[in-house]
Each structure stands twice: as C-alpha cells, then as structure tokens.
Design a protein around this ligand. Sequence first.
Ligand SMILES: *Cc1c(COP(=O)(O)O)cnc(C)c1O
Length: 710
Amino acid sequence: MKMENRAALDRARLAAAVLVVCNHTSPLSSFTAAGDFFLTRVLARLAVPLFLMISGYFLERSGWRSARRLLKKTMVLYAAAAALYLPLNLYAGQVTPDFFRKLVTDGTLYHLWYFPALLLGVPIAKGLRRLGLRAGLAAAGALYLIGLGGDSYYGLAMRLPGAENLYGAVFQVFTYTRNGLLYVPLFLLLGAAGLRLSRRAAALGTLAGLALMTAEAFRLRSLGVQRHDSMYLALPLVMVCLFAWLLEENGGRRRELRQLSALVYLLHPGCIVLVRGAAGALGLERWLVGNSLIHFTAVTLLTFVLSGLILILRPRPLRPMARAWREIDLDALAHNAAALQKCLSPGQELMAVVKADAYGHGAVRIARRLRRTGVRAFAVACLSEGIALRKAGVRGTILILGWTDPEDAPLLRRWRLTQTVADEAHGHALAARGPVHVHLGLDTGMHRLGVPAEDREALDRLFREKNLRIDGVFSHLCVSDSLEKGDEDYTQRQLDGFYQAVDWLRSSGYGPGAVHIQSSYGLLNLPPQPCRYLRAGIILYGVPSDGSPTAAWPDLRPVLSLRARVASVRRLTPGEGAGYGLAFQARRETVLAVVTIGYGDGLPRQLSQTGGEALIRGRRCPMVGRMCMDQLFLDVTEVPEVRPGDLVTLIGRDGGQEITAQEVSSHCGTITNELLSQLGPRLSLVSHEGDAVPNPPDGLEKTALFSGAQ
Ligand SMILES: *Cc1c(COP(=O)(O)O)cnc(C)c1O
C-alpha cells in the first residue's frame, strides 16, 4: 500500500482557483492591456484544465468506478452554488425560461459553467475511455479541435465549408464550445493518461508550451478571429507537461487545501459583488473598483477570509482511525472471490453470504465490492439485513436464510427479497400472504430449518401453492467441516437425500430452480457439485473457521484487520496490581500499555486471560489482567519505546508479525465466524482498495506518522 502523495496537486489546485479569480477581476487591466490579456486569457486558461486533469487522474485510478460519486458530489455542489447565487440571478432579472436551459448547459452564473460541463463531460469521457485510452484520447482530441473552431479560431474556422451549420447548431445549445462535450473530455482523459516525464523534461515542456501558447494567443488576438479565448492548440501540450511536473513533486495530502480551493472557486463572484457594493456604499469606487489591482486584492482577500472562516467553523468530522477500527482490505476480498470462482464447477456461481454485517466486515461495502467482481447473489440472515442492502442500492438476488414472519410478506415483495421456506407450515403461511419469491429449504439431516427432504407429500403440497414462487431448493450440511470417516459418511447421506429430492421434483414436473448445498467447507472438502450456487461465507473473508484440516485450501487472503491505539503507558513496581480484581500483579518492573478497545467492541472478554496477544511496533505483546468494556492492558515491558497514540494490531499484520483471526478465536475456544461477527458497531469501518488508500496504517514504518496525526 502506498501513501498517496498529492499535496503538489492540491497546491496547484489552489493556485488555479486564484487564477480563476484573476480571470474574473482582471487585476492588470488598469495598467497594461497586453499584461492583462496574458494573465487572464492565457495563464488563467490553465486553471480549469488542471481541475479536470486531476479529476481524470483519480477517476482512472479507481477504474472510473468513482465516476458516480464524483457526479453526485458535483450535482450537490452545483445545486448549492446555484441556490446561493439565485438572488443575484433574480436581481439581474435572469430567471427567464432561458435560465433553465442555462442550468443544464452553461451554468446559471458565469463561473458555474464548470459544473454542468463536468456533469456532461464525465459520462462522455467514461464512454470514450471504453474505446481504450488511445482511441478515447483521439476522439476527445477531435472534439476539442471542433471546439477550437468555435472558440479562439472562430474567424478562421468559419471559412471552412459546413462550419456555419455546425457551429450554428452547437451555439443553439451551448453559449460556448468550452463545454462538457467539446472541451471537458480531452482534459479528463489526459489526466487519466497521467503521462510521466522526468521533472526536468516536464518543467521545460511546461515553459516551452506556455511560450508557444502565449505566441498563439497574441497572434489570434491580432488577427481578431477569436469568438472566445478559452481554447488553444498549445493548451493540451502545456497541461500534459504541467501535470507530469506536478506528479513528480511529492508531499503529504492536503485535504484542507482542496476544500479551500473549491470554496475560493465558488465564493469569489459573491465577493466581487460584495466588494463593489461596499465600494459604492463607502464612496470608494475610484480605488476599490477603479484600480484593478486593488480590486483584485480586495476580492481575493475577502474570498480567502470567508473561505477560511467556513473551513474553521465547519464541524470537524470524526476521524475513523482515532480509537478502534476494523480495516477492510477490499482488494483481498476481490482476490478471494476470484480465487473461489476458479474452484466452482461449470455453471456454478458464488452466492456471497453477508449475514451478520458480512461477518463483521460491513455488509454494504462488501456486497458493493463483490458486485463489481461479478457476484450477483447474496445471502443474509434476516429481513432487516436484506432491506439494508437494498436501501444501499445492492441489486441482484438476496436470499434470506432465516425465518421471516409471514406477516412481513409485503416487505419481501417491496424490497424484492427471496425468502427461505423454513418448514411446511411457514411455506403455507407465506403463500397465504403471497405471492412471494422463495427458496425451499430441505432438511437433509441438520434438523434446523427446511422441509424434510424425504417428505415428498409436503414437497408436493408446497409446489402446488400458486403464491410460492419457488426459485430454488437448497440444503445445509452440518459436518462437512470434518474429514473424519463418520462425518464424511453423514455428509454423503445428506448429499444423496438432497439430490434424490431434487430428482424427484424434476421427474414430477416441478422445476426446482437454482439448487445449492455447499457453504465454505462444502467447497473445501467436497468434489465439485452439480449446483447453481456456492454459498460462501467465512472463506470469502479469507480465513478458516478453525484449525481443522481441509481437503483443499485455495489461495485466500484475510480481509479484516482489527486495530486500536495506545491510550496511556504506565509503569508498575513489583507488587502493584492493575485492572478489575487486580487480576494483573506485577512481579517485576512492568510497563503497561492501556489500549483503546475492549469487550464492548466485541472482543471476547476471556481473551486477555487465555493467552491473547497484540502487535505494537511490529512486536508481540501479551494481554494481561481482565479486559474492560472499553480498554485492555498489554505488557509492553519488552518494547520500551511504546508511546500513547501508537497503533495496536489485534488482528492483522504489523511489520513482519501477524496475528490471525484464527489464532484469536482458538485462544477463546471458538471459531472465527463467531469472533468476527461479534465485532461491534462501535468499531469504525475503514476500507481501502488499490492505491486509493486513506493513509493506511500498514505497519511500524507508518506508526510514528500516524501518531503524529493525532
Ligand atoms: C451461514 C450460512 C452459510 C455460510 O456458511 P460459511 O460456513 O460461513 O460459508 C451458508 N448457508 C447457510 C444456510 C448458512 O446459514
């Protein structure tokens, strides 16, 4: 996992926001027309392409999956900005029918064009990206060339045949060709390409490109062919070099800078109005408005002060890695899904079991990530879990494995959930409030849920219920985790009973639909089965239930790490005790670290007295004393450099050491399924994927950095 270094990008973003202010205040116009033209019509034209390239760069790194999030954010921001400036539109009498066209094409105020352009440009760029980066860039380049003809090359382009019709049509819709169709896609895709150059080459390229663009702009100006002056031939060249340059400059992340630049961009037109208003009221127009440099300075100062105030006054968000958290490695999850998909029999699919909040991993983000690996079926324990997934937008089949009150049949329909028929009476009761989609549970020997597989009459009666839409038939194995002879025989009898019932259904003309019987250990210990689904639970999360031997173990990676922090370090002299019941008694000079996690977070309370350990600074430290609800004690005498704020790993890796979920659960005489599913909601969830990591604490090297962030 790499730290994302983008402070250079964030600083450049702020500089670009100031350039945009220049663009709208023309600071040099009182002094030099040429200087003003250079600053506002040449240099400032780098600002928006930079915003776009940064967006494209990160879109590409997420495989364009963050496009939807970006669009949503843009829409919210645009709505807020449009509302903020609505009084100005009203005052200027601009709220006419044309206002609504502008809302979707040009933006409702001059600087707001960026938002509708992004909203249109992102889907277009995403579509072009599907052609491959090269072809996509070529297409976006062609669009940009068309745009050029309607912008700074207008007078020249209009001499070409057909240009009048073409641009006539474009200008029916958009006021400028600097828009989401002709301008935005190229810069998004150039950002996506993220060309790397040596720092020297990038810097030289930027300066040379800028010189070229300046010459181009002044030439076009002297020819008097410009309709607008946002687009130049040399602009993409400058941007590619400038961006490569920024990528070479490193530093930490500067989230506040990013927020500040967005605020500057949004607020400066309001500040222009305020400065002009104040100048009028105070009779200072000659200075505050008449002198372009003072005007610019006043507007910029006011914008920064207002933006800074907003940043300072806004409520500080809770940091998820401040106390105790579950860290979810979504790459490991995708890897496990792919590894399991390779083990399936032909035509078989994964049904991801995400009950109990995906075994404590966070059902929504697990399901979302799995959908992207092609998983189309999920299993949950109960109605509320199924509804929660649907509300989060998870599509596909969702099978409820447990009992649902037949009274709730309308909710099953409303949320398109598939219900397990728990026994015959349940099936009839559901049908009475039907129609409902169900999978029929068959009891083949576990004697928990399902209709006895050998009870053909019951099966017959249920299949005759018109209101039961039986989409599948399944059973559950209860000793498939064991390789003991007796257990293997029992599993075989369960399989035989299951397939006989399925065959009987088929021969009786009842389509059993999707049949399934294996869960994790059914995959590990059985030969491939002629089933539609594999219900994978614990192995999807990359860990075995316990240490029992299995016939196979695919290459799986643990998905969850459990971390907390050192709250306090204290020294005990021999004879002193610590914690409830003074259960720990120091026999030597002892250093104790108090750690910010306890049984209230779902950790088994006995763990601290049954050999539990945790990692600090890559070293194993024993738990001592009685675990409290919110804290536990580690004996860190052997790691004297431990400091408050240090990262503590209860499950997962730190440096060269690893504590597995299986190790922890075996200390407590349980299985990982129980341990993980108990991890409580008080633990925040932090997931990461690819390089897009929210500063990952992946070991000792970063521990100091982490505590620094406290
Ligand atoms: C929990 C459950 C599973 C998943 O079990 P794992 O052993 O975690 O794979 C599968 N099927 C049913 C019916 C379950 O209740």
